[in-house]
Design a protein around this ligand. Structure first.
Ligand SMILES: [Zn+2]
Length: 209
């Protein structure tokens, strides 16, 4: 959501012998021309900052821990049973407005069509770290894949994993629904890397080493 322009990027680390290193350069942030969705009509409780702000803080904290074991390998599997490319209903990054308000929001995941009761699958090996019901996101499952990579599945009607369960790709982790801030049954699916929401399409198309 930052304006286009040059921004400093700095990497700092420690080598195995204990030596410190750092690297800095400016990075050009360009306008990605994300489209604007028509304003969505939702339950006002799901855009009340008294609810959305603490839920957002909780949500961001879930994707922060970086665990040392890399569990995913290769391209992520589809989280839904259908040929998923025919089933994308809203893309990452689109600008969002609710109930006629300003376009202060962006779409932080990729939406898949589905019905209440559609089986939803883990996309890669990992560990379920959060299984709960939130006001905005509805029924959610968050899976830690290691090295700071997480996937999240929102608006579920039923959970079929518990916190701490190890999961495999293709394993049913829950059933689709329309819980939380949702205008109909669908899966909202997110990918987090290093505490940042990234475009999930990349992880369905290419294998990250
Ligand atoms: Zn969504």
């Amino acid at each position: 959501m930052i304006p286009p322009g040059l921004y400093p990027l700095t990497l700092e680390g420690e080598l195995p012998d204990g030596a410190q290193f750092a690297f800095s350069q400016n990075v050009l942030v360009q306008n990605a021309d994300f489209p604007y969705d028509p304003s969505l009509q939702v339950d006002p409780a799901t855009i009340n900052p008294a609810i959305t702000v603490p839920e957002q803080e909780l949500w961001e904290s879930l994707g922060e821990p970086v665990t040392p074991e890399k569990m995913w390998k290769g391209i992520f599997a589809s989280p839904v049973p259908t040929d998923f490319k025919d089933c994308w209903t809203s893309f990452f990054g689109t600008r969002r407005s609710y109930n006629g308000g300003t376009y202060d929001f962006f779409h932080s995941g990729l939406d898949f069509c589905g019905q209440t009761g559609t089986e939803l699958y883990a996309v890669a090996p990992g560990k379920a770290v959060f299984v709960n019901t939130l006001v905005v996101r509805g029924g959610v499952v968050v899976i830690n894949h290691g090295w700071g990579v997480y996937t999240a599945y929102d608006h579920l009607s039923e959970f079929l994993v518990q916190p701490g369960d190890m999961v495999q790709p293709g394993q049913v982790i829950g059933l689709g629904g329309s819980t939380g801030r949702s205008t109909g049954p669908h899966l909202h699916w997110e990918v987090w890397v290093g505490g940042v929401q990234v475009n999930p399409e990349d992880w369905l198309a290419r294998a990250y080493p």
